[in-house]
Design a protein around this ligand. Structure first.
Ligand SMILES: [Zn+2]
Length: 425
C-alpha cells in the first residue's frame, strides 16, 4: 500500500513545514516529504490547491455507545469523524453503563479498531458510576488503555474527591479531563444568564457556574501537582483563572469548542434548541476572551464536545430540550472560517490547536507528518466556501446550529494509517 500525495500545501507545525511539497506514504507511515517525489507503485492523489495537514485529534466526543445507540454509535460516530478530517477521537465515558471499568474501556477501543475509520480512544470515569462517591480503579482503566479520566457530563461534586483523583492519576501519568461546573450556581438554568435570557424569559446560568468550578479545579491541580485538562472553557473569568495558574507553573491545559468562538447566546433566539448546550453559549465579551486565549496559548486545544441527540430530544420546549450539539463534521470549517479567515490564528496555529497540542496532551505519537510517523492525514480546501447541510451528516445527530452556514475548510480526503477512509465524491 503506497500513496503519493502530490502538490499539496503541507502544514506540519511540529516540523516547521508550511509549503507546497509531496508526501509519500508506505505501509501506513510517512516515508518521505519533499519536492518532485515520484513512485511508480504508488496510488497518486493530486492535492493541488489544497491543504495537507496531520489528521485532527478531537479530545472530547460522545459516541453514546454503549447504551444510547439511538443517538449515535461507534460506527456512525467514526464515519462522522472521518468525514470531518478527524483521525483520533477521545470518547467521554458518560454512556449507559458508564465506562468505569477496564472491560468497558476495552470494548469501546476494540469496537473502534474493528470499524477502522478513526482511532477511537476513551476516557474512564473519575468516580464509580460517576456518582462523585469513590474513585474508580484508575490503574485498571489505564491498564485497559484509557487515555485519561473524566466524569464529563457531570462535575465531580466533592472537592476532596477531585483532589484525590488529581493525586492518584499522577501515579499513572493520566490527565484528568474536567467538566468544571457548579451545579448549585446553575440552579436549573437553561441558557447563559444575561440580556437574552431575560428577553426570552428563560432561567439563566451565571458565568460563575463555570468560573467558580474552574477556579476550584485549577487550585487543586496546583496544590497536588496533578495534570488537569479543563474541558469546554467558555467564559472570560475561567480563562483568567487558567491563565494565572499556568503563569504560576501549574500543569494545566484547556480546550474550548468551536461554538464558543463563533456563536453567542443570540443564537438561542426563537428558542433554538440547537443552540442549547452545556456550558451555554455566552456573550460577545466571552467570545472575544476565548479567541484571545486561543491566540496567546492559554487555551491549548479545540475539541468539539460532539453530542448527538435524537430529534425528539431536541424538538421540545427550550428548558426541556437536552444539552449538546454535534460538531465532528463542522469543527474544521468553523475553525478555518472564524479563526483563520478572520486573521485571529494562522492555519498553522489552527492545526496546532486541533492536532499537535491534543496529541501532546494525550502523550501519543501523532499530530505530525514527520518521516516514520503514522500516516493520519487530512486534506482540505481553504479557498472555496461550502454550505453546511445537516442532512448530509454521517452522524445520527442532526442537532447543529450551523445548518445553512457558509464555511471554508471543507474536508476532501481523510487518511488513517495510510488508508483513505473518506473521500469527497
Ligand atoms: Zn462536559
Amino acid at each position: 500500500m503506497r500513496l503519493l500525495i502530490k502538490n499539496g500545501h503541507i502544514i506540519d507545525p511540529k516540523n516547521g513545514v508550511d509549503e507546497v511539497r509531496d508526501l509519500l506514504i508506505a505501509d501506513g507511515v510517512i516515508l518521505s516529504a519533499g519536492k518532485n517525489l515520484a513512485d511508480e507503485d504508488a496510488q497518486v492523489l493530486d492535492a493541488s490547491g489544497k491543504i495537507v495537514a496531520p489528521g485532527l485529534i478531537d479530545l472530547h466526543v460522545h459516541f453514546r455507545e454503549p447504551g444510547y445507540e439511538y443517538k449515535e454509535d461507534i460506527e456512525t460516530g467514526s464515519k462522522a469523524a472521518a468525514k470531518g478530517g478527524v483521525t483520533t477521537v477521545v470518547c467521554m465515558p458518560n454512556t449507559k453503563p458508564v465506562i468505569d471499568n477496564g472491560a468497558l474501556v476495552q470494548y469501546v477501543m476494540n469496537r473502534g479498531r474493528e470499524i477502522g475509520l478513526t482511532n477511537v480512544l476513551t476516557c474512564g470515569c473519575i468516580s464509580k458510576g460517576q456518582q462523585s462517591g469513590e474513585l474508580s480503579e484508575i490503574g485498571e482503566l489505564k491498564a485497559a488503555g484509557a487515555v485519561g479520566i473524566s466524569d464529563d457530563g457531570r462535575p465531580v461534586l466533592s472537592p476532596s474527591l477531585m483532589k484525590k483523583a488529581l493525586e492518584y492519576a499522577q501515579m499513572f501519568d493520566m490527565p484528568i479531563l474536567s467538566h468544571s461546573e457548579d451545579l448549585d450556581l446553575v440552579d436549573g438554568g437553561s441558557m447563559n444568564e444575561g440580556y437574552m435570557s431575560t428577553y426570552l424569559g428563560l432561567r439563566g446560568i451565571p458565568k460563575s457556574a463555570e468560573s467558580v468550578a474552574v477556579s476550584r479545579d485549577v487550585l487543586l491541580a496546583e496544590e497536588t501537582g496533578g495534570r488537569l485538562h479543563v474541558c469546554h472553557v467558555s467564559t472570560k473569568n475561567a480563562i483568567e483563572a487558567i491563565r494565572n495558574a499556568k503563569k504560576r507553573g501549574a500543569k494545566i491545559t484547556a480546550e474550548t469548542a468551536p461554538h464558543y468562538f463563533s456563536l453567542t447566546d443570540r443564537a438561542c433566539d426563537g428558542f433554538n434548541t440547537n443552540a442549547k448546550m452545556n456550558p451555554p453559549l455566552r456573550d460577545d465579551e466571552d467570545v472575544q476572551a476565548v479567541i484571545t486565549a486561543l491566540a496567546d496559548g492559554t487555551i491549548d486545544a479545540i475539541a468539539t464536545d460532539h453530542a448527538p441527540h435524537h430529534f425528539d430530544e431536541k424538538e421540545l420546549e427550550f428548558d426541556q430540550a437536552l444539552n449538546g450539539i454535534v460538531g465532528l463534521e463542522t469543527s474544521l470549517g468553523v475553525g478555518v472560517t472564524y479563526l483563520v479567515k478572520t486573521g485571529k490564528l494562522t492555519l498553522s496555529q489552527l492545526i496546532e490547536k486541533m492536532s499537535v497540542n491534543p496529541a501532546s496532551i494525550l502523550g501519543i505519537d501523532k499530530g505530525t507528518l514527520g518521516e516514520g510517523k503514522p500516516a493520519d492525514i487530512v486534506i482540505f480546501d481553504c479557498e472555496n466556501p461550502y454550505k453546511v447541510c445537516v442532512h448530509e451528516f454521517e452522524s445520527k445527530g442532526k442537532n447543529s446550529p450551523y445548518d445553512g452556514f457558509e464555511l471554508y475548510g471543507k474536508v476532501k480526503t481523510t487518511i488513517l494509517g495510510g488508508k483513505i477512509v473518506y473521500q469527497e465524491d
